[in-house]
Design a protein around this ligand. Structure first.
Ligand SMILES: Cc1cc2nc3c(=O)[nH]c(=O)nc-3n(C[C@H](O)[C@H](O)[C@H](O)COP(=O)(O)OP(=O)(O)OC[C@H]3O[C@@H](n4cnc5c(N)ncnc54)[C@H](O)[C@@H]3O)c2cc1C
Length: 380
């Protein structure tokens, strides 16, 4: 057993940390306040290789799954909204193309991402949230095209994506077996972006409606074969859960760092508040939660790296624990900051809002518990 990162991973982590401290963290409050997506910083991230991470080597990709998770953690520490966008492009959306795309699809879309394209993953609909197979978006074949009709909601990167991976059913009565996966480019006829949600947090990354109104998709943009869409979606979600866990760890690290620094500086009753036992206990609990969340996250990433695929259980355990640990840590961070923690002058207010979604997207905490228990009991 070895709890150390290797030299290459440590060097990359240190490079990303510096990049985040210089280019991302100082702007996070402004991007949050103004709901800005930082296209220029995404280009810089691509220039330093962040969009090539864990992409196939033959396309110029570098780094392993653990290095990728380290990058997600650092970016999310600096700006959780940008972290959400990054994870959606690099894992949730691109997993489907990297694992199941044709050579033509890989040749077109992987180099585009390595240069810093934004990608979204459109699965959720009004009646298909936790019940992801209950899609109403339909497709039919028409000559050399597929034609899609329907609306997706809450889609991260929805307003910024250059292209997207989406899912539709041929016939709802077929259940999950009727679902197929498609790649849509933003200028395909019949595709448009609908309402952008006003969200609690993660402001830099949009959550938008995607509208398909007789949207024509070349047959070559079907991923895998017809009927394979549901298993492609689940595989992408299982893999990406490790990234949501890493996002939560990054947010929690930022809240923890801010709290320790504040507790050592702020004085009440004539001493630094870090000398009061009530504050010390909170800091100790935060440190234990953070370590445990990180260990579960790295174990799940290590498992993907060593076996080549995500299992259902370990990523769900990492996501469940890390997101709920981040909740506890951000709650305590606001408490340690007292009244100031409730103002926008201090980062912990934003971190508290940003953290909340990690318990909801990529499957709610209830769905993670369900997934874990089903794996343990193996009941059909
Ligand atoms: C900011 C944001 C970004 C998002 N990004 C994306 C994206 O990029 N792509 C995408 O496809 N989707 C995205 N989503 C959608 C997200 O994945 C869903 O919101 C989430 O899966 C929950 O679905 P729902 O909102 O319909 O809640 P519901 O499924 O309606 O759940 C409501 C409540 O009921 C509980 N519940 C439901 N069924 C059960 C059950 N069987 N047992 C116990 N409890 C249950 C849930 O846990 C929850 O507490 C995003 C959502 C948000 C808010």
């Amino acid at each position: 057993m070895d709890f150390e990162l290797n030299e290459e991973q440590k060097m990359f982590q240190s490079m990303v940390r510096d990049f985040v401290d210089n280019e991302i963290a100082p702007c996070a409050a402004t991007w949050d306040e103004e709901e800005l997506f930082p296209h220029d910083v995404v280009k810089k991230m691509a220039e330093v290789g962040l969009y090539g991470l864990h992409m196939p080597e033959e396309y110029g990709g570098t780094g392993d799954d653990i290095t990728f998770v380290l990058a997600v953690e650092e970016i999310s520490r600096g700006c959780a909204g940008l972290g959400a966008s990054y994870v959606t492009t690099m894992s949730l959306a691109m997993n489907s193309i990297v694992s199941h795309g044709s050579k033509e699809q890989k040749d077109r879309y992987i180099p585009w991402v390595i240069e810093g394209a934004n990608v979204s993953f459109g699965l959720t609909e009004a009646m298909a949230g936790s019940d992801v197979a209950n899609l109403d978006t339909r497709y039919e074949r028409d000559g050399d095209d597929f034609v899609l009709n329907g609306t997706k909601i809450f889609i991260t990167n929805g307003a910024e994506a250059d292209f997207l991976v989406t899912f539709a059913t041929k016939d709802k009565s077929l259940g999950y077996k009727g679902i197929s996966a498609f790649i849509i480019e933003k200028d395909f006829p019949g595709f448009s972006i609908g309402k952008k949600e006003k969200k609690m947090g993660m402001h830099p990354a949009s959550a938008a409606e995607l509208v398909f109104d007789n949207c024509r998709v070349p047959a070559a943009n079907l991923i895998g074969h017809e009927g394979q869409g549901f298993s492609i979606a689940l595989e992408s979600i299982d893999t990406c859960r490790v990234c949501v866990a890493a996002q939560a760890v990054g947010i929690a690290q930022a809240a923890y760092d801010a709290s320790v620094a504040y507790a050592k500086e702020r004085k009440q009753f004539g001493v630094e508040i870090a000398r009061h036992q009530g504050i010390q206990f909170m800091i100790a609990d935060m440190a234990v939660d953070l370590d445990a969340a990180r260990l579960l996250t790295y174990r799940a990433a290590w498992q993907i790296q060593t076996t080549g695929k995500a299992s259902a259980k370990e990523p769900a355990m990492a996501k469940l624990f890390a997101s709920e640990a981040a909740h506890r840590i951000c709650h305590r961070a606001v408490q340690i900051h007292g009244g100031y923690g409730y103002t926008r002058e201090f980062d912990v207010e934003r971190l508290y809002r940003d953290q909340r979604i990690t318990e909801i997207y990529e499957g709610t905490s209830e769905m993670q518990r369900w997934t874990i228990a089903r794996q343990i009991t193996a009941l059909k």
